[in-house]
Structure formats: structure tokens, C-alpha cells
Design a protein around this ligand. Structure first.
Ligand code: GLA
Length: 477
């Protein structure tokens, strides 16, 4: 084979190819360094990129420890109820064994008080060694083996609300630790931090979560802390950062507390309802059904209203002792289907007078320009006899000329096809609810139309509540 001549000949082909490879490597290194610097400058100028993780296309469902088990760390005197790995393992087994997981309740999440009081020598979070002796990775594996997702709690502050280590100063480390542990869901509280720092801090932690490459649902308390400090939340940023966010007080175990949340959602609906949608949800806090504070009627009311709100369904109840009638409420498939409706539109209060409220949520299927709706008739009165509510569907804004097929979602009664001008009556128990599903009836059996799927540019679907101008002229008549 002839030798190469000229300069190639002097240094040899191998020498030259090594130089070319080295030059290309140097170029790539310089470009990536340049991109990194540009990225850093841009993120400093425009703020940290928000989280888009493709998760929570319908509201998350699962079990969260806080409301029922709080910060009970006394495993010596109360081993059965203290915050420990065995409590979470028992709840996980029951989620599976008692059928909750298969209905969609598939996240099981720690809340406050799982940690040791200090970080380890490398600055990483660690669980309390006595209450979580197997470690968090083992607990997460336990959940995954049972087809469950594993959630964890931290706080964007110096401490959690109960005084355990917060994430400030450790954002990246904690995101990486959660990823190592196989965490699927992170609730980030906001005690011991300044609400004005949250506009930067919550997106920054979201950025680090995203950067781990492990998909984690991101649950924020950002707007709630800001509202408490009389600061207007930037919902555009919140929607682009969090999969769900709290915007009102912690739920307590009482009907009074549930009603305050319902009022907040109704009174502020013009600001908050439009923020909900696939991937990003308002979070009115946990379901307290099956605990001590709600009657049977009130429990159905919470379940129905959380379905209207397109709210995360996070049970916080002792699944070992829950009574069957409360379990049946939590496991009502028809109500869960409203909650999980794929359109992801949150419902609104469309009537309120003398203790009677009517709430409507647009749902699938659609026909022509008409939505189907879930309608909740909520009775806040305390007179000891049910209240009769009488309306026409047209008064509720439901004007499909073919009518609506109506089903009561708690007692299963089917009312058949009801035309928009036909008067429709329900009896609602004190502090109770009647939740009906009104599905658009299609043109006669032969001419049934395919469900209409609105596109964002279709103006006729901008406001599913557009039809309500003459609501309730004849209400109660
Ligand atoms: C805050 C949150 C609650 C719960 C507690 C834990 O109050 O809003 O949901 O996480 O902290 O300390």
C-alpha cells in the first residue's frame, strides 16, 4: 500500500485522526459550556423553568397520612397508630386487598414527621431510624411491588411545619435523594419560609425534580401561604410548575371545616376554577370520610363536592377500621368517574339561596355544542326534613333539545331521558347532597352522533356555563 505523501506522510494517518477527534471533542465541550452559561444567564433573567412532567392528567387519587394520623411519633405507647413504616405498609396492603387501588386510589404518601431531626453527614435527609428502620427506599419498593405509587412530604423552608429539616439550602440534594428512593409524588409544604420567596423557590425545586429525570407528581402549598400573607398568587406560574396546589386552610375533622372549603371554592370560583385542567388541579385538601367528624350524609356531600371540584381524592382515614357504609362512599365508581372525567373541567356553584346550593360540572360525553353535566344539589339547611328542589334542566343551563339521560349517582335511580323544559325534582337530606349525572341524549338511536370533542380554538366551548342567564326564575315553583 502506498504511503501518504506531504504533511500526512510526515505525521501519519493515526496521528491526524487523533488530532481531529481531539479537536471535535474540544469543540463539543466548548459548545456545551457556552450553552450552559447562556442557560444560566437566561434562567437568572427570566426565572427558573417550570415543571412539565406529563403527570396527573386526571386528579391524583390515594391515601395521605396527615389528617387522620397527624404527628403521632409515640411508637412506644401507641405503636398501632404512630407514624412508622408499619402503618404505611398496613395501609398499602389494605389499599390493595380492599379494592381501593383498582378503583384508582394508587398513591400512598407520607406526610410530616417521617424524618429524623437532622440530616446525615453528607447533608441528605434520613428517616427516623426507630420508626422507619428499613429505610425509605425499602418502603418505596414495598409500595411499588404492590402496584402503588409512593409519595413523600417536605417543606420549602428551614423546617417542616412540625419542626423537621426543611429543604432550604438542599434543593438539588433532596430532589436527587427522592429520585434515588423511587419517590413518585412530592408534597411540598411552606412553613418557615417567606411567601415572597415562593415564586422563585417552588419553580426552582420543580426544576430540580424535573432534572432528576424521574417523573414525580409535584403537590404545592404555594398559593395558600401567599393568600394567608395577603399576597396575590401568580396562578400562571403555579399552573406551569405544580400538578396540584392547596389554596385554602387545612381541612379539620368536621362538617364546619368542609363547608368552609366549599364556600371558599364557590366564593372564589371566578379566580380559581379556570386554573384546573389535565396536569394541574386545585387541591381542597384530604377526604375525611370515615373518620369521626362527618355524618353519613355529610360524607356523601364531601365526596360529591370533591367530584364537582375535580379535586385530588386523597383519603386520610384508618382503612383498618373504616365502616362499610363509608368505604362504599369512597368506592362509589360513578362518583369517582365524575371526579376523573377526562375533560378535566372544574365545576361551579350556579345557585345559592337559603341554604340550598346547586353546583354544575361539565363532563363527557358531548353532543353537538352540548356538554353532559354532573349536578350536585347541596342542602346546607338543618331543618330536620329533606328539602325538595325543583328545577328544569333549562334553568340549569342544560338545553340539549334531545334531552339528558339522568342518573342519581348515590342511589343509582335512573330517571330516563328528561327534556330541558320538564320539571325535575329531588329531595335532599339536611347537610346532604343529591348528585346526578345528566348525559346528553343523542339523536334517536339510528342517528346517534359521535361525541363532539372541542378544540381549544372552538369558541362555542369557551364557557360551558354560558347558558345560565335565566337560571331559576321558577325555582322552587
Ligand atoms: C401543613 C399542611 C398540612 C400538613 C401539615 C404537616 O399544615 O397544610 O397538610 O402537611 O402542615 O405539618
Amino acid at each position: 500500500m502506498p504511503h501518504p505523501s506531504g504533511i500526512l506522510g510526515v505525521f501519519g494517518v493515526d496521528w491526524w485522526s487523533r488530532r481531529v477527534v481531539a479537536a471535535v471533542k474540544a469543540l463539543i465541550w466548548m459548545c456545551s459550556w457556552l450553552l450552559w452559561v447562556v442557560g444560566l444567564v437566561l434562567s437568572a433573567l427570566v426565572g427558573v423553568e417550570g415543571l412539565e412532567n406529563g403527570l396527573a392528567r386526571t386528579p391524583p387519587m390515594g391515601w395521605l397520612a396527615w389528617q387522620r394520623f397527624r404527628c403521632n411519633t409515640d411508637c412506644v405507647n401507641d405503636p398501632h397508630n404512630c407514624i412508622s413504616e408499619s402503618l404505611f405498609m398496613q395501609m398499602a396492603d389494605l389499599l390493595v386487598h380492599d379494592g381501593y387501588r383498582d378503583l384508582g386510589y394508587n398513591v400512598i404518601s407520607l406526610d410530616d414527621c417521617w424524618m429524623a431531626r437532622s440530616r446525615d453527614a453528607q447533608g441528605r435527609l434520613q428517616p427516623d431510624p426507630y420508626r422507619f428502620p428499613s429505610g425509605i427506599k425499602a418502603l418505596s419498593d414495598y409500595m411499588h411491588k404492590r402496584g402503588l405509587k409512593f409519595g413523600i412530604y417536605e417543606d420549602y423552608g428551614n423546617y417542616t411545619c412540625a419542626g423537621y429539616p426543611g429543604i432550604l439550602g438542599h434543593l438539588q440534594t433532596d430532589a436527587l435523594t427522592f429520585a434515588d428512593w423511587g419517590v413518585d409524588y412530592v408534597k411540598l409544604d411552606g412553613c418557615y419560609s417567606h411567601p415572597s420567596d415562593m415564586d422563585r423557590g417552588y419553580p426552582e425545586f420543580g426544576y430540580y425534580l424535573n432534572k432528576t429525570g424521574i417523573p414525580m407528581v409535584y403537590s404545592c402549598e404555594w398559593p395558600w401561604y401567599q393568600l394567608r400573607a395577603h399576597t396575590k398568587p401568580n396562578y400562571t406560574a403555579i399552573i406551569n410548575t405544580c400538578n396540584l396546589w392547596r389554596n385554602f386552610d387545612d381541612i379539620q375533622d368536621s362538617w364546619e371545616s368542609v363547608q368552609r372549603i366549599i364556600d371558599y371554592y364557590g366564593d372564589n370560583q371566578d379566580e380559581i376554577v379556570a386554573n384546573a385542567g389535565p396536569g394541574h388541579w386545585n387541591d381542597p385538601d384530604m377526604l375525611i370520610i370515615g373518620n369521626f367528624g362527618l355524618s353519613y350524609e355529610q360524607s356523601k356531600s364531601q365526596m360529591a363536592m370533591w367530584a364537582i371540584f375535580a379535586a385530588p381524592l386523597l383519603m386520610s382515614v384508618d382503612l383498618r377500621t373504616i365502616r362499610p357504609e363509608y368505604k362504599a362512599i369512597l368506592q362509589n365508581r360513578a362518583v369517582i368517574a365524575v371526579n376523573q372525567d377526562p375533560l378535566g373541567l372544574q365545576g361551579k356553584r350556579i345557585y345559592k339561596d337559603k341554604g340550598i346550593e346547586i353546583w354544575a360540572r361539565p363532563i363527557m360525553p358531548l353532543s353537538g355544542i352540548h356538554y353532559s353535566y354532573a349536578i350536585a344539589f347541596l342542602n346546607r339547611r338543618t331543618d330536620g326534613t329533606p328539602s325538595e328542589i325543583s328545577v328544569t334542566l333549562r334553568e340549569l343551563g342544560l338545553a340539549n333539545p334531545e334531552g339528558y339521560s339522568i342518573t342519581d349517582l348515590f342511589d343509582g335511580v335512573h330517571y330516563g331521558i328528561v327534556q330541558p323544559d320538564k320539571r325535575f325534582k329531588v329531595d335532599v337530606n339536611p347537610s346532604g347532597v343529591v348528585l346526578v349525572r345528566c348525559e346528553v341524549a343523542k339523536h334517536g338511536a339510528a342517528g346517534a352522533r359521535a361525541p363532539f370533542r372541542p378544540t381549544p380554538t372552538d369558541r362555542s366551548f369557551r364557557n360551558p356555563f354560558h347558558n345560565n342567564n335565566n337560571l331559576f326564575n321558577n325555582f322552587g315553583g
